[in-house]
Write a protein that binds this ligand. Structure first.
Ligand SMILES: [Cu+2]
Length: 125
């Protein structure tokens, strides 16, 4: 009788551990991505981060004024890295892979109009 109880509680413990592990695995599935976003100042930082945090699938967004690196914690089941780049571009900021439209860029305050690295004019000379 006693061993039966012990065996039963043993299995119950294992079952609990398995369930708990599964549950946390499906909740804690956020991923982190870091990429370059062109910008100048604190206002850029605010614009970039605010634009991203409006999306509920983005948990954290931090842009470093000095290094120009953006770090985003997001739910990979709900939003792709490509779409995160697009959100940044829609706010007027070029990333290392997605360019903002000229329209979005021109709407930025003057202090935020960073030098666009790849916006090369075609030179016919
Ligand atoms: Cu700025």
């Amino acid at each position: 009788m006693k061993t039966q109880k012990i065996i039963l509680s043993f299995f119950f413990t294992i079952l609990t551990v398995v369930f708990a592990t599964n549950a946390s695995a499906s909740i804690l599935h956020d991923e982190t991505v870091t990429f370059k976003v062109y910008g100048n100042c604190e206002m850029c930082k605010k614009n970039i981060e605010t634009a991203l945090l409006k999306n509920q699938n983005i948990k954290k967004a931090t842009w470093d004024v000095k290094t120009k690196m953006l770090t985003v914690v997001y739910d990979p089941h709900m939003i792709s890295v490509d779409n995160i780049h697009k959100l940044v571009a829609n706010a007027g900021y070029d990333t290392d892979t997605v360019k903002a439209t000229d329209d979005a860029y021109n709407k930025l305050p003057g202090c935020c109009q960073y030098k666009r690295p790849a916006a090369k004019k075609i030179n016919n000379n």
